[in-house]
Design a protein around this ligand. Sequence first.
Ligand SMILES: CC(C)(COP(=O)(O)OP(=O)(O)OC[C@H]1O[C@@H](n2cnc3c(N)ncnc32)[C@H](O)[C@@H]1OP(=O)(O)O)[C@@H](O)C(=O)NCCC(=O)NCCS
Length: 274
Amino acid sequence: MGERETVERTAAAPATARSLAADLTTLGLPRGGVVLVHSSLRAIGWVVGGAEAVVEALLDAVGPDGTLVVPSFSTARTEPSRWQHPPVPESWWPVIRAETPAFDPRVSSTRQMGAIVDCVLRWPGTVRGPHPHVSLAANGPLASEVVAPHPLDAGLGDASPMGRLYDLDAHVLLLGVGHGNNSSLHLAEARANYPAKTYYDEGAAVLIDGERRWVTFRDFDTDDEDFPDVGAAFEAGGDVARVGRVGSGEARLMRQRALVDFAVTEIERRRSPR
Ligand SMILES: CC(C)(COP(=O)(O)OP(=O)(O)OC[C@H]1O[C@@H](n2cnc3c(N)ncnc32)[C@H](O)[C@@H]1OP(=O)(O)O)[C@@H](O)C(=O)NCCC(=O)NCCS
């Protein structure tokens, strides 16, 4: 599957920055609001100008007073003994810990975030947060306030940008992806109490006083396996998510606070023995 397949399944005409901005506004994207976007470019169908046009459309739809936020996670830089996709030989772990370059928000690559995120990162005015694994990046008047501070052990919990998006009553837009990619559910997971919740030692290469260091910190073990079901249950609960077409793809728009409040209880229910 590639660009050829995307052309073949695109509706009569390709989407443009202008048509996408109109689709986003029709979906209900709030002008002047704060919107966290998870995306797949391919799922939108063929777009004239690709990722660049999608970012233009998103910024156009939120307007100059709005703030566009994206996950800019760099999860290839985590503690190597925990790697699964793929695992690496144990004999490599020390050299990975010793030699991984310190996270630098200006240059460190994202992993599995997509072409739209990488384009937002290159966009003038975008600010990326300092977390070596789960930074957010944002463009707009509240960008700096959203992405930092981000303590190492806050992950996607209350003291992280996710918690600030909750306080700001932000929207979440799933653009061609499902609730499995809805990172705000990790905030709910962080708040929830369930018997199988475990904590582990995470590690990261960071710059401290100009010096590269491998540091360790505690975080809880996240698990997104039930996120599609939690998201479906949320949507089944009433008029809480707008679902519509953006280009040739499906998009879902919701308020993060309503989602997280629902998901805390739902996760506790699903992850507790019956
Ligand atoms: C992993 C993920 C990004 C892959 O999505 P994707 O659409 O396949 O990849 P991208 O968004 O990078 O877009 C690139 C694809 O767009 C397609 N494309 C290229 N030009 C295009 C155009 N002009 N118009 C539309 N699509 C185009 C191509 O198929 C290209 O893939 P290829 O280079 O392998 O052929 C997506 O599935 C995902 O998980 N997104 C959410 C990420 C996230 O927010 N995660 C956080 C929580 S875990």
